[in-house]
Design a protein around this ligand. Structure first.
Ligand code: AMP
Ligand code: MG
Length: 315
């Protein structure tokens, strides 16, 4: 299949409206979307990514007014979160409308809904006939794509269209809050930090990562995620030196240790989030054997970085 690469949100939306699958930029990471009401198109997302069928997708809407097309129960805390954080990097889980095909929610009675703030994503969604179901645009298990070239590398020839935008400014997937239960549950950390969420939802509970054999609160939690080919070593602070052979890389807030074949010192946690997945991908392209990653302080987006690093390292 030939993948059409376009800069036009309208052209990209045309593919969605004709039951195609399209990768598009958002402020978190690139998404791979299909019309939420076309199960045969949504099924192609799972095939293109090699995604397990029990891992649900997030439904993207052009504005909060459209949430009611796919979900019910937008009252109380859910409404307050939408008021405060939409459009933006927050997904809320609500009761699913029956009209939303089961393949979207992986059979769950709930659905995750997000309204991206990215101007190109917003323009694209406005040209789509219906909301767009989309997971991240990467091969399942690999780091999410934060620029169009990474999308093309993973999915070129397997998707109908790629809407070429600028690199994602946040670089990590959305914060997910389950509002279908009370008290609401933080299912995944993201750019909207726990501190900000607690200001709106003081009773918010943080879901613990699931243990083997336990039913996960969010299906995505049980899978290997965000992993480069290279091995990952997590540290709270840098060692003095790294063995030069085989080649190792360093990423973190501190100065790189001696011996690193490749390194990235980030000046803020926000910068760390933005460059992390791209760094993983470059390390793989350059044959790095081990990536040493410094765990940032557990506040703001630092909590989400720590979560992705733990998952990427297999923990
Ligand atoms: P991705 O966009 O690739 O990060 O995938 C979407 C993530 O949202 C997955 O990890 C899912 O587990 C999570 N998700 C989507 N819908 C729901 C839902 N109804 N309940 C809980 N988690 C969800
Ligand atoms: Mg993903």
């Amino acid at each position: 299949m030939q993948t059409v690469v376009t800069d036009s949100p309208e052209v990209a939306a045309g593919f969605i409206n004709r039951a195609g699958i399209v990768a598009f930029p958002t402020e978190t990471v690139y998404g791979l979307g299909a019309d939420v009401f076309r199960p045969e198109a949504v099924a192609r997302i799972f095939t293109a990514k090699g995604r397990p069928s029990d891992n649900p997708l997030i439904v993207h809407v052009q504005s909060p007014d459209h949430i009611g097309e796919v979900a019910t129960g937008l009252t109380g805390r859910a409404a307050e979160l939408v008021e405060q954080f939409f459009p933006g990097p927050l997904t809320i889980v609500l009761k699913k409308r029956d009209s939303v095909p089961d393949i979207v929610s992986a059979g769950l009675p709930t659905v995750g809904v997000r309204c991206p703030a990215h101007p190109m994503a917003a323009a694209f969604l406005r040209h789509c006939d219906h909301p767009v179901a989309a997971p991240s645009a990467n091969v399942s298990g690999r780091p999410s794509s934060t620029d169009w070239k990474s999308v093309y590398h993973d999915l070129g020839g397997r998707i109908d269209c790629l809407l070429r935008g600028t690199p994602s400014t946040i670089g990590l997937e959305s914060t997910i809050v389950d509002c279908s239960v009370y008290p609401p549950l933080l299912l995944r950390s993201g750019a909207i930090g726990l501190e900000s969420l607690l200001e709106v939802v003081p009773e918010l509970v943080v879901a613990t990562t699931c243990k083997p054999g336990e039913a996960p609160k969010s299906p995505g939690m049980k899978y290997r995620h965000y992993s480069p080919e290279a091995s990952i070593i997590l540290v709270e602070s840098p060692p003095e030196t790294l063995d030069p052979v085989p080649p190792s890389a360093w990423i973190g807030l501190s100065e790189p240790p001696r011996g690193a074949a490749k390194s990235m010192q980030c000046h803020t946690a926000e910068e760390y989030a933005r460059v992390l997945f791209g760094f993983f991908r470059t390390c793989d392209a350059e044959g790095i054997h081990t990536i040493w990653c410094e765990l940032p302080p557990e506040k703001g987006i630092g909590r989400a970085i720590r979560d992705r690093l733990h998952k990427a390292s297999g923990g």
